[in-house]
Write a protein that binds this ligand. Structure first.
Ligand SMILES: NC(=O)c1ccc[n+]([C@@H]2O[C@H](COP(=O)([O-])OP(=O)(O)OC[C@H]3O[C@@H](n4cnc5c(N)ncnc54)[C@H](O)[C@@H]3O)[C@@H](O)[C@H]2O)c1
Length: 342
């Protein structure tokens, strides 16, 4: 029989994509989301069209979580996911990201079910990343070929957001040790694709595309303002596929942490992303330079997929062009609706 799965943050970008993907694969899918994210109402409609029920309440409410029915697996996608917001609204990030995950863990323990936790590359040390990569000359295109894996330094500072994700990981490991609870932790880099509304706090790829579609000027921020900082990007469909593989093989492969991202093949600088956006939208926008950036910003991050690829014989199928293309097509098709959420 197909598994009964609860997806927390089920009306968010990753949560909705996962709900729809797994429902189409005939899993019994449920969502938990308080609809606090702008745009989540739009996603809720997509879920109800597929008869996916959303439990609308706050994940920090342990009583309500306790009263939910039993699920085979809970995929925890609920978070205040914007790194910068975590500095401004500390209570919110702790209650949602940490207390929320602890509530889910208590529920998983009670029901003897399993958890897949969506963690973040932000668990890694900002200081060590800066030490390794800031010595490069960001005036020019950088030619780094390094990737960051599960064994990278996780000492602080890592941002308050990163801290809540790392603390959640540690709670999961403690619960597993104490109560024999089975888990998988996925440390994600940048994920992008349809259902991202082109907002700053949803990641730079959809923001870049949206700016080009709407012909609005933009800025290269930080690291001299040259636009040479680099990230790797994973297509949301590739993420859904690896999570389904993890669900299918949970009984054999569990209690592991994986770094998952687009890796070197899908790594890109802001400048190069601009060129792709120009090509796809046929629009050229003006960029100004802002040399300084947030203390949380990173010059370089590219995930290593070595462990996840070796374990599951999986690698991302979609390249950076198809990520931009698919996100662009979706944003254009939903332009009128999306403007309401900006
Ligand atoms: N998108 C990425 O590139 C990325 C990268 C690394 C990690 N992640 C992680 O993946 C997960 C999903 O991210 P996303 O991009 O889909 O974020 P998102 O903001 O689009 O979705 C989060 C959802 O959680 C809901 N939510 C927020 N606070 C809540 C609360 N207190 N109670 C109930 N619901 C609440 C929101 O309404 C929203 O629908 C998060 O855990 C995030 O940390 C995402």
């Amino acid at each position: 029989m197909k598994k009964k799965i609860l997806i927390t943050g089920g009306c968010g970008f990753i949560g909705t994509n996962l709900c729809i993907y797994l429902k189409k694969k005939h899993y019994l899918v449920y969502s938990l989301d308080n609809l606090s994210r702008k745009g989540s109402i739009y996603n809720l409609k997509l879920l109800s069209d597929l008869k996916i029920k959303n439990f609308k309440f706050d994940i920090s409410n342990s009583k309500k979580i306790n009263s939910l029915p039993k699920f085979d697996i809970i995929i925890d996608c609920c978070a205040e996911a914007a790194v910068e917001v975590s500095r401004k609204d500390i209570d919110r990030v702790i209650n949602t990201n940490l207390i929320g995950t602890i509530n889910i863990l208590k529920k998983v323990k009670k029901d003897n079910s399993k958890i897949i936790f969506l963690s973040s590359s932000r668990v890694n040390s900002i200081r060590t990343i800066n030490k390794m990569f800031l010595r490069h000359d960001f005036k020019n295109q950088i030619k780094i070929k390094e990737t960051i894996n599960e064994n990278f330094d996780t000492s602080s500072p890592k941002s308050l957001y990163g801290l809540t994700k790392h603390a959640s990981e540690m709670f999961i490991e403690e619960f597993s040790f104490a109560f024999n609870l089975k888990y998988i932790i996925n440390r994600l880099g940048v994920v992008s694709g349809p259902l991202q509304f082109g907002k700053q706090d949803q990641g730079f790829v959809s923001l870049w595309i949206w700016r080009h579609i709407t012909k609005k000027k933009h800025k290269y921020i930080g690291f001299g303002g040259f636009g040479n900082q680099v990230r790797d990007v994973l297509h949301i469909k590739d993420l859904c596929e690896i999570i389904e593989i993890q669900i299918k093989r949970f009984n054999i492969i569990n209690n592991k942490i994986f770094t998952i991202g687009g890796s070197l093949k899908n790594s890109i600088s802001l400048k190069k992303l601009t060129l792709i956006c120009q090509k796809i939208t046929n629009n050229k926008i003006k960029f100004s330079k802002l040399r300084k950036t947030s203390i949380y910003d990173l010059p370089y991050f590219v995930s290593s997929n070595k462990a996840v690829s070796r374990t599951y014989k999986w690698k991302p199928k979609r390249n950076i062009y198809s990520i931009v293309n698919d996100t662009h097509s979706w944003l254009v098709s939903q332009k009128k609706v999306i403007k309401k959420f900006m």
